[in-house]
Design a protein around this ligand. Structure first.
Ligand SMILES: [Zn+2]
Length: 301
């Protein structure tokens, strides 16, 4: 949890869901959320035209700064804003628009999908003309305006979501399961008191701070819990947990913090972890505990 690494079983479940939907093209549920393959684009299988029949040099040009000659031509464009995604083409002839098409895509659709869709629609329109025509992609102010305009007003055009969006959708689902496990789990409760929300990034505690907050360190109470010792006493006679060494123990007097009241303990911990002087003091305390064996009464067994 403090490392910002999602639990392995969730990670695996997440990957498996993606693989089932994206590659095996079968419906899959991630806990309660169902993902259907028909909502997502599928990768096309290979080339449908034999390369020899595709006259690359004659049919595709990367020329820019096209000037309208008045001849019939199609211009395409795709656009994506915070409000959504739009796709369009317009047919020009004699310096004026003679036909146009606009498709309002979902906000989940990418600008690349919008650009490709516009080109595909333009090719379909061009095929009805039964004569060569130039299609200009992403190079016309008018097509750009049409693509932007359709985002806010226009008829929805269904296009499956890109696969990258599937990952984007599984992630929050996994995060909410992780959060649920964290809130209702039994381990790490002292850490839960301070860090309520799970996240895919480290909490930012160093090794000493981790030992202090989690209580997982060379403390008698921790060793006793795992049957590595028969009792949990400090050499001074009191219960040897991390709070004891940080506040009361006379062996660690030089690095003692003021003892917090029960109701202020959480704030006290947070203050220590956010103050650089306190963090230094805590580090020295933990180093001392790790180095000095006198704190731990030797067991006979
Ligand atoms: Zn002590």
């Amino acid at each position: 949890m403090v490392t910002g690494l999602q639990p392995l079983h969730l990670q695996i479940h997440q990957e498996a869901t993606y693989a089932r939907v994206a590659r095996a093209r079968s419906s899959s549920n991630f806990f309660t959320v169902i993902f259907s393959p028909t909502d997502y684009e599928s990768k096309s299988n290979g080339i449908h035209i034999h390369p020899q029949n595709f006259l690359f040099h004659n049919q595709i040009s990367f020329a820019e700064n096209h000037r309208d000659s008045g001849a019939k031509a199609i211009y395409t464009d795709g656009s994506k804003t915070d409000e959504g995604t739009g796709s369009s083409y317009c047919i020009f002839e004699n310096y004026g628009i003679t036909a146009l098409w606009q498709g309002k895509l979902d906000h989940s659709n990418s600008v690349f999908q919008a650009e490709i869709l516009a080109i595909k629609m333009a090719i379909e329109a061009a095929s009805f003309l039964h004569r060569p025509i130039k299609i200009w992609a992403d190079s016309n102010e008018c097509a750009d305006q049409l693509a932007k305009e359709v985002i806010t007003k226009g008829d929805p055009f269904f296009l499956p979501k890109p696969l990258s969006y599937l990952k984007y959708e599984i992630r929050p689902a996994a995060l909410s399961i992780w959060q649920d496990n964290w809130d209702n789990g039994e381990t790490g409760r002292s850490t839960h008191d301070i860090v309520h929300r799970v996240a895919n990034r480290p909490v930012g505690w160093n090794r000493d701070e981790l030992m202090f907050v989690t209580g997982h360190g060379p403390f008698p109470s921790f060793l006793h819990r795992f049957n590595l010792r028969t009792h949990d006493n400090c050499s001074c006679g009191e219960k040897g947990n991390s709070i004891h060494y940080a506040t009361k123990c006379r062996f660690t007097l030089s690095w003692n913090f003021q003892t917090p009241t029960v109701s202020h303990k959480l704030q006290w911990l947070k203050n220590i972890l956010t103050n650089n002087l306190s963090r230094t003091q805590l580090r020295l305390l933990m180093r001392f505990i790790c180095d000095e064996n006198i704190l731990i009464v030797q067991d006979n067994n």
